[in-house]
Design a protein around this ligand. Structure first.
Ligand code: PMT
Length: 417
């Protein structure tokens, strides 16, 4: 396991309170042996179980403990501690630590450093099984995971308190493996710029009403995250969604199709464009300044609509600013593949992911707002069924497809040169 080298990788290890803090010493040893550049913060709770001296003896560097230490702040400072790390690891992550991170508390050096950071954070939770199962902890976990925190464990087994269940911190070797996998992960899209559209557009009719749709942004945001994880520099142009902004990318919020088009044009040049947004095909020819009134015994008002610009077609049209790879979606309620083929030809993108939307037999929506999707890759030379899968898995598969096609394009260019 420790034959893996982490030379040149900088890790900030936060050791919070809990009996598992003693296992963090073994993690320090493994990281040092692998050549990682390691800095450690020991919280006041952690220091009840192990000493700063023990951590420093193994890490070979100063162990930081105090937010208000003038010496630490002048030598290193909490901002530098967070900014210089490739990865922040919280092991053990106590229930209290998870709660503070989920709610943005910054009342000690560890939480302030994490709040001041835009770096990926991995947590290794460790606590009593009842604390772990407590809805408060599970809600905090959901918040952290939604914000992109990585997690390893906890494991099931006998606890130091004698109880049995889920809550033991993952073994140091396992945590080391997860750290190495994260830091040494292949980033095939490093150096590439990617533009992703996501969510619905809202087209106003009057000051209170709009034409919209059921897109939640889950699929588009998952694609933006997968592209970021594959090393791309991502701009996410998002319609109105309830999702938090994914960390590590530039997020532009828009409401209408016109605003989405402008944001996309302003974000060019890009190497890759993925249009996952459900852009309204129409908007009102005139937006009423006052709320449209319901009049007694009168016919309902007729809506006069005009066609919106097609963002995907604009990005895909031949031009020096065309991204090398332009990918669209096709959302159809019927005749999925044939209609997607027709859309592919009309919009001029490189390929589409087609998904069948609308209600299932029991009336639930199949795709919009759901965590899973079933997509087909539709290209000019045929189509592939990618099956039913969580949206983040589809996003990762799409990234692999993008990386493969970018590599093929690159090879063709080399051969032509
Ligand atoms: O957001 P979720 O709840 O996770 O749901 C995911 C999704 C169903 C929204 C997503 O998987 C999806 O299918 N997105 C495209 C929805 C859509 O508008 O499809 P369409 O077939 O109407 O449009 C075809 C393509 O043209 C799409 O890439 C769309 O982004 C693009 N388009 C459409 C109209 C327009 N004016 N401009 C566009 O760019």
């Amino acid at each position: 396991m420790t034959s893996l080298s982490l030379e040149g990788k900088s890790i900030l290890l936060v050791i919070s309170g809990g009996i598992a803090a003693y296992k963090a010493l073994d993690l320090v040893r493994l990281l040092k042996k692998a050549g990682a550049e390691l800095r450690c913060i020991l919280t006041a709770g952690g220091a009840q179980f192990i000493t700063p001296l023990a951590v420093s003896a193994l890490s070979g560097t100063e162990t930081y403990t105090d937010l208000w230490s003038l010496k630490d702040e002048t030598e290193m400072g909490h901002i530098r501690l967070s900014r210089e790390a490739d990865l922040i690891v919280v092991a053990p992550a106590s229930a209290n630590m998870m709660a503070k991170m989920a709610h943005g508390l910054a009342d000690d050096l560890a939480t302030t450093t994490i709040l001041a950071s835009d770096k990926p954070v991995m947590i290794a939770p460790a606590m009593n099984p009842i604390m772990w199962q407590n809805p408060a902890t599970q809600d905090n976990l959901a918040i952290l995971e939604q914000r992109g925190f990585l997690r390893i464990g906890p494991d099931r087994g006998e606890m130091a308190c004698g109880e049995h269940g889920e809550g033991r911190m993952a073994e140091p070797a396992e945590i080391f493996g997860a750290i190495a996998a994260t830091l040494l992960r292949e980033q095939p899209l490093r150096g590439r710029k990617a533009l992703v559209t996501s969510g619905p557009t809202y087209e106003p009719l009057d000051p209170v009403r709009f034409i919209g749709n059921r897109s939640s942004g889950k699929q588009g945001h998952a694609i933006a995250c997968a592209l970021r994880d594959a090393g791309a520099e991502v701009t996410l142009v998002s319609g109105p969604v309830a999702l938090p902004d994914p960390p590590g990318m530039n997020v532009i919020h828009v409401e209408t199709a016109i605003a989405m088009l402008n944001a996309c044009q302003d974000s060019l040049p890009a190497d890759i464009a993925v249009c996952a947004a459900a852009v309204s095909d129409w908007s009102a020819t005139a937006i009423m300044k006052q709320k449209i009134k319901k009049r007694q015994n009168a016919m309902p008002p007729a809506l006069s609509l005009k066609e919106n610009p097609d963002i995907l077609a604009m990005l895909a049209r031949p031009s020096p600013r065309r991204p090398s790879l332009v990918i669209g979606f096709a959302a159809e309620t019927d005749d999925l593949i044939a209609k997607a083929q027709e859309k592919l030809a009309r919009k001029g993108c490189d390929f589409l992911l087609a998904n069948q939307v609308g209600p299932t037999e029991n009336g639930d929506e199949k795709v919009f707002g759901q965590d899973e999707n079933h997509v087909y890759l539709v290209a000019r030379d045929g189509h592939q069924d990618w099956g039913h899968a969580p949206k983040d898995m589809i996003a990762r598969k799409l990234c692999r497809e993008i990386a493969k096609r970018m590599e093929e394009n690159h090879d063709q260019q080399r051969q032509r040169a």
